[in-house]
Design a protein around this ligand. Structure first.
Ligand code: IPE
Ligand code: MG
Length: 218
């Protein structure tokens, strides 16, 4: 989800106004995902690198996450949404972790849509923590790709079929590095606060036209 700051700047507003508007896009895209039969929706909300932003912006974003998670619980329960947070949770405050855990627990039995918020996440961090877990559990053995899969924070979650990046940037920025080996990429100039149901549907339509061969011949 990229382009909140530029959306605000273009309107002469503070960056945080873009984050607030971006939260509306999250709601719209969750609805669009459900309407289109998407089973997993992952949102890259805050990277490990984002900790390097000014303290005021970081604390605004963390406060907004806590607020949103609590506010959306009712909708999660009404719509059968299972909520997950993946990332380096040790860097989040204990209050935010407690809030998140409560919502994860209350929605654990839902299976209509799994909504995953990647918070304090980076792809390299994920691979490193997986390898460290493996080193601790099987010090002498050889590591397989399946072992890595099983120890990433995304274990048990299917690899993404489609990755959407907004705001015209053409890079992966340390998101799901391992898991996107065969993911289809969709790049759009639309800034995240302007990315709503219509834009989500357009991305799905484009995805439907892709020919996925996974390195094989058809
Ligand atoms: C994405 O928008 C939101 C987060 C990374 C939290 P940005 O804040 O990166 O917006 P730009 O890139 O400055 O426009
Ligand atoms: Mg950005």
């Amino acid at each position: 989800m990229d382009g909140n700051g530029r959306w605000a700047q273009a309107r002469g507003k503070e960056r945080v106004a873009g984050h607030r508007e971006g939260a509306e896009s999250v709601r719209a895209c969750v609805e669009a995902a459900m309407e289109n039969g998407v089973k997993y929706l992952s949102l890259f909300a805050f990277s490990e690198e984002n900790w390097g932003r000014p303290e005021s912006e970081v604390s605004f974003l963390m406060g907004m996450m806590a607020h949103l998670v609590v506010k959306e619980l009712k909708a999660f329960l009404e719509n059968g949404i299972r909520f997950l947070v993946l990332g380096n949770r040790s860097r989040l405050s204990s209050e935010l972790n407690a809030t998140i855990d409560d919502v994860i627990e209350k929605t654990a039995g839902n299976d209509h849509l799994t909504l995953i918020l990647f918070l304090s996440y980076s792809g390299k961090w994920d691979i490193v923590q997986a390898v460290n877990k493996l080193l601790a559990s099987k010090p002498a053995g050889e590591i397989s790709a399946a072992d890595i899969d099983a120890n990433l924070v995304t274990a048990g979650i299917p690899d993404p079929d489609l990755l959407i990046r907004t705001s015209g940037e053409l890079r992966i920025s340390n998101y799901l590095l391992w898991q996107t080996a065969y993911t289809e990429f969709y790049f759009t100039d639309t800034l995240w606060p302007d990315f709503r149901k219509k834009e989500f549907a357009a991305a799905l339509q484009e995805y439907a036209r892709r020919d996925r061969r996974f390195g094989k011949v058809k």
